[in-house]
Design a protein. Sequence first.
Length: 179
Amino acid sequence: MVGKKIVLLSIISFCIGSFLYGASNVRAAEAKIGVINGQKILWTCTAGAKVKTKLDEKIKGFQEKFKAEEQALVSLKNEIQKKSSVWSKDKKDEKVLEFNRKRRDIQTKQEDARAEINHLKESELQPVIEQIKKGLEKYGKAHGYTVILDSTSGAVPYVSNAVDITDDLVKDLDKSMAK
């Protein structure tokens, strides 16, 4: 895994270096680089913030729903631990079976909830991501950027605040998405 990241970073660095070297030989004064924080853009633009709120509400609803079931499971476990010595073998086996069944039911419900959250995330975020891509391209062309890099990709180890255009891009995206 680490080896793949190093190879990927090397390739990206080589490509950027080659691009910048070629650009500096031909048009050094015209090369303009911008850097963004893609995660910040996604979650702070108006459309992304709405999706985040919707996801957070859904997650909170699931958490509240499962909290009571998990407490009932803990109570059953405590009951089994406290009373197992006085119960008959059949009664103890019955309670352990009930505990295991309830635990599997909760796990299944939680897996279903995670799948629902992931599906909601994909379906709700995809249109926002497409809008961000279009807005990023439009912004880059309008402001004369040669290349815009995402600092969250791991390929940009250092970014000066002077080239970070994240906040400006969010403002521009919010204006264009409001239309």
